[in-house]
Write a protein that binds this ligand. Structure first.
Ligand code: SF4
Length: 66
């Protein structure tokens, strides 16, 4: 099972992950730091979106565990 990890100490609140997959990611109201809503993508399409979020994150705060 693929798992999404977020290093909140690296997150700069750019919000690209939320734009890429709003079902999996949100941002807190204060600083915009990432919140992983759904750590385990439920299907292949969700895994693909999670991969895109990892690639697009400007601070490399996101990673996938296979
Ligand atoms: S794209 Fe990266 S830096 Fe931006 S909110 Fe998401 S995890 Fe944080």
């Amino acid at each position: 099972m693929t798992k999404i990890h977020a290093d909140t100490s690296r997150c700069i609140g750019a919000g690209q992950c939320v734009l890429t997959d709003p079902d999996a990611f949100d941002q807190d109201d204060a600083a915009g730091i990432v919140i992983v809503l759904r750590p385990e993508p439920p299907d292949d399409a969700a895994v693909t979106r999670a991969r895109q979020a990892v690639l697009i994150c400007p601070s490399q705060a996101l990673s996938l565990e296979q």
